[in-house]
Design a protein around this ligand. Structure first.
Ligand code: LMR
Length: 328
């Protein structure tokens, strides 16, 4: 029994920002799936923990569990309701079981850059979407941006027809499945931690993700190259349970949410530079990054655009128009 306890303790020990919690401190566990450092989400989670542990010392203590070491993104949603963790930040593609509204964020070529995403998430329409899962027990605390997604495969992808017949890993998102089918590919939903192995063993031929994920998970090592399509945003919802948030006294809640807002802003402001840096590191590591001409890119847009109408009923045309309007 003692040995088993020691093993499970080692497994659950936070790898980042573990100050060890003092007696009487409320423990806030934050589980996520990406690298602990050098990644927009990993770095923002660390920043949040550092601030909470300093400014709420004696009252609260945050522990961060990166790299899917505690839960993957499916399991973490249950863990929030069970009180096993208090914070998570799954990508907005992974909430289909709880709301269909976030399908908005997966529409291909909706946002032309991260500024447009920020314009939308800061708008009333964007902020309103933080509250849409209250009836199922979740509260969105903020949007953590991560970057635009790029395609890669085990062969060069220049035109959408190059994807014909290839198998692509996608997140647990029906919009992503429709998008892959629109270019003649087969989509396979896989947990993030399984992607490298699936690419390496040929279970799938390709994937789509941000520069930061492609670099920190080393996907480039097992792909022919990366095509700079910028076809979709990857953004996270920093999410907690309504039960936990309601359980905090007013002063603690206000202090915590103020820190969350400030870290959200600082983290989002740092994303573009981090993404550009990780793109460079992929090139330095010897991988090929293929840029598209405007004509080539237009073909990807044309092939994928029908996906918008397919999901308009779930999302609502007003919301799509509001998001598309944030591009200017
Ligand atoms: C993915 O599954 O590809 C991403 O959601 C992982 C992440 O959190 O960036």
């Amino acid at each position: 029994v003692a040995a088993a306890a020691a093993v499970s303790f080692a497994f659950a020990a936070p790898a980042v920002a573990s100050e060890g919690c003092d007696d009487g401190e409320m423990v806030i566990k934050f589980s996520h799936v990406v690298a602990a450092t050098g990644h927009p989400k990993g770095d923002a989670a660390t920043m949040l923990a550092e601030r909470v542990n300093k400014e709420m010392d004696g009252k609260a203590c945050m522990q961060v569990f990166p790299n899917s070491q505690l839960f993957d993104d499916d399991k973490v949603m249950e863990a929030l309701l069970l009180g096993d963790v208090q914070l998570a930040a799954p990508s907005l593609s992974k909430f289909e079981a709880y709301t269909l509204k976030y399908r908005l964020f997966d529409l291909p070529f909706l946002f032309q850059d991260l500024n447009a995403v920020g314009n939308f998430t800061d708008s009333d329409a964007g902020k309103g979407l933080l509250d849409v899962m209250q009836d199922v027990g979740y509260q969105g605390l903020g949007y953590w941006l991560s970057g635009l997604k790029q395609f890669s495969a085990n062969k060069p992808l220049i035109e959408p027809s190059d994807a014909n017949g290839l198998k692509f890993r996608v997140q647990t998102s029906d919009v992503a499945v429709a998008m892959i089918e629109a270019i003649g590919g087969n989509a396979q939903k896989l947990a993030f931690k399984e992607v490298y192995g699936a690419l390496q063993t040929g279970v799938v031929d390709g994937q789509e993700n941000t520069w930061s994920n492609i670099y920190t998970q080393k996907f480039f090592e097992v792909q022919d190259g990366i095509t700079e399509t910028n076809h979709q945003v990857l953004a996270y919802l920093l999410v907690t349970s309504t039960e936990w948030l309601d359980s905090l006294d007013d002063e603690t809640r206000t202090q915590f949410l103020t820190i969350v807002d400030e870290v959200t802003k600082a983290g989002n402001d740092a994303v573009a530079k981090k993404e550009a840096g990780n793109r460079e590191k992929i090139i330095e590591a010897g991988s090929v990054v293929r840029e598209l001409t405007p004509e080539q890119r237009a073909k990807w847009v044309e092939a994928m655009k029908p996906v918008w109408t397919q999901f308009e009923g779930d999302i609502g045309k007003d919301l799509i128009d509001a998001a598309a309007g944030s591009n200017s």
